[in-house]
Design a protein around this ligand. Structure first.
Ligand code: HEC
Ligand code: HEC
Length: 543
């Protein structure tokens, strides 16, 4: 059989690289960095055994059980925070050391309960660690430059930095601009990893060495906790679990945005004031201590990472310097796969359009986002659709027409339709295939498609060109539309590779009838009449 496999991928359009698909590592990492990413990714989803220190009270046994969409990303699981409210002021429940509830315990004696008379009981949804090395590398000064704490410009949108101290910072270090967590309560990925290990998993580490006592009861903790703290032991190089999961999160790429720019919906998004908080673009620090893949990069998270008064949406819980009414602007990249949305998960279910419309409406009453939510509501139906279409482009992989995160034959058909259409623009559905955004889907984009293709890149006619390119550009015909050039079909019937289609091939089909594998000429997964017909049609010499 002449089913050649093209080893080197097709030429790409100049410097234009494909954007990593959501969940993939940053481009340009060294082999050693990729290895750290992979090790961290494995540990991130590996349950910690009780004998290694999980618990005594916890919410889950591993990070990935909450951050599952994709691994390191968003999730549908919420955690509970509780405490007391008096005249709008939040305080911890008497005797508690923190507001986060731990819903599981290694034994019922250790279990923490949410007290029935707690006056504040709220849920908080899992958000994601996408591109967190890049987000961490946004200089504090850039975040501060977006802040307008006293609303000097009088536009109703203020926004302020939550200045916090990283757990790993040496004593006396300056405060850093918080950016992680729904209250921007954390400035570095390592701090979040350390905090989440202890608080979500009961896994103490060198930055969070003291176990959470169930309902603040240290006497009960002593009885329940029989693994010495810190439980996160370091390897020979001095790295522990928290360092390794930090590597994974820091090396996660920014979700793609397709098309990369130019949608009318984005212009409207800016015009109605969404951009005041969901600010488009930052450049990461030029600090030489940063990895090449993280240093001096332009990123478009669509968040200012600042605290804003969210009005009726507020959870009434203060956290550090973040008030009861404030929430941090979430990033919007990858929005298309978030279900539910909002910190309390209150925009949930249904399709993307109603879900995102509800999330926008909830910026209203009495919050800083009220004016832009009203402006969205006042848009014509067509313009609303344009804004939503733009929001849907955040996180979309190039060429992924059917939005299943796999570039396969269905996307290839759509690409061919776009090739036939020729010109396109950022609002057009074919923009997904115009990777160099030159207004036309052409051979350059076809090469990029071949590079993005998730299957093997085949060259069955051995002409040194990917079969997909041959078909897309008309060098080969594909009359049965299966992604295989017609000239290869005869050879596919040559099952034993002797350059003849004859009784031997026929007997292979009959011997495997109804099964899969040998005899399955069209790789349909079953040996059937189509394969028989292919053999008979190709009878004789094969090339
Ligand atoms: C029980 C579910 C759960 C587990 C387990 C969990 N997380 Fe989270 N994670 C959350 C929730 C909920 C939030 C939002 C927290 C907040 O701001 O109150 C969050 C937020 C984060 C953030 C900040 C995201 C952002 O957008 O700012 C990071 C980073 C993070 N988690 C890392 C981890 C790591 C690392 C682990 C494992 C050591 C972990 N998480 C385990 C639920 C979980
Ligand atoms: C005043 C600042 C501000 C403005 C203006 C603003 N947002 Fe938001 N946005 C936020 C904050 C803060 C949240 C998180 C609210 C919460 O969950 O409590 C948020 C949440 C969201 C979410 C949900 C994201 C998620 O992770 O669940 C979407 C979608 C969104 N905003 C879109 C928009 C759009 C579209 C506009 C313009 C119509 C807009 N926002 C205007 C601050 C703002």
């Amino acid at each position: 059989m002449l089913t050649g496999i093209l080893v080197s991928s097709a030429a790409t359009a100049g410097d234009l690289a494909l954007q990593p698909v959501i969940g993939e590592p940053l481009t340009g990492l060294s082999a050693a960095q990729v290895a750290r990413f992979q090790i961290g990714k494995v540990l991130y989803s590996m349950p910690i055994p009780i004998e290694d220190g999980l618990g005594p009270i916890l919410n889950k046994s591993n990070c990935g059980s909450c951050h599952s969409n994709p691994v390191g990303g968003w999730g549908a699981i919420s955690v509970v925070r509780f405490g007391m409210e008096k005249k709008g002021v939040f305080s911890l429940y008497p005797g508690e050391v923190q507001s986060l509830a731990q819903s599981l315990a290694n034994s019922s004696f250790c279990a923490e309960i949410v007290p029935a008379d707690a006056t504040v009981v709220k849920t908080r949804l899992t958000n994601s660690s996408m591109a967190f090395g890049l987000v961490e590398a946004i200089p504090d000064s850039q975040l501060a430059a977006h802040a307008d704490e006293f609303d000097i410009d009088g536009d109703g949108v203020s926004g302020r930095v939550h200045w916090v101290m990283p757990l790993e910072a040496p004593p006396g270090s300056p405060l850093r601009a918080g950016r992680f967590g729904w209250k921007a309560q954390v400035a570095t990925v390592l701090t979040f990893s350390s905090d989440a290990s202890r608080n979500e998993m009961g896994f103490t580490n060198r930055f969070s060495p003291v176990e959470n006592p169930p309902n603040g009861d240290f006497a009960r903790l002593t009885v329940c906790d029989d693994v010495a703290d810190p439980e996160d032991t370091l390897d020979a190089q001095g790295f522990g679990f928290v360092d390794k999961v930090t590597d994974f999160q820091r090396f996660l790429a920014a979700p793609p945005q397709t098309p990369r720019s130019g949608m009318t919906g984005e212009a409207l998004f800016n015009q109605i004031g969404c951009v005041k908080c969901h600010s488009g673009q930052f450049t990461t620090s030029s600090d030489v201590a940063l990895e090449d893949s993280i240093r001096s990069k332009v990123i478009r998270p669509y968040s200012d990472f600042l605290l804003h008064d969210v009005g009726l949406l507020a959870d009434g819980i203060s956290d550090g310097n973040a008030s009861e009414a404030e929430m941090r602007t979430p990033t919007l990249w990858g929005l298309r796969r978030r279900d539910p949305m909002l910190h309390d998960g209150s925009a949930a279910g249904g399709s993307f359009t109603p879900r995102v419309t509800l999330a926008i409406a909830k910026h209203g009453p009495f919050g800083e986002g009220a004016a832009s939510a009203a402006a969205f509501n006042a848009l014509s139906g067509i313009d609303k659709t344009r804004v939503i279409k733009f929001l849907d482009s955040l996180g979309r992989a190039e060429f992924d027409f059917d939005a299943d995160n796999i570039i396969d034959i269905l996307d290839f058909f759509a690409l061919r339709t776009c090739l036939a259409q020729g010109t396109t623009n950022p609002d057009d559905d074919c923009a997904i295939a115009d990777i160099d955004q030159n207004g036309v889907v052409n051979a350059i984009d076809v090469d990029m498609f071949v590079a993005a293709w998730d299957g093997e890149v085949l060259d069955c006619n051995d002409n040194g060109v990917a079969d997909l390119r041959d078909i897309a550009l008309g060098t080969s015909q594909d009359s049965n539309e299966d992604g295989v050039p017609d000239e290869c079909v005869a050879c596919r019937a040559d099952l034993n590779g002797d350059a003849l289609v004859n009784g031997i091939d026929l007997s292979i089909v009959l011997a495997n009838w109804g099964g899969s594998g040998a005899g399955d000429t069209d790789q349909s997964g079953v040996v059937n009449g189509i394969d028989l017909a292919t053999i008979l049609a190709a009878w004789g010499a094969c090339r």
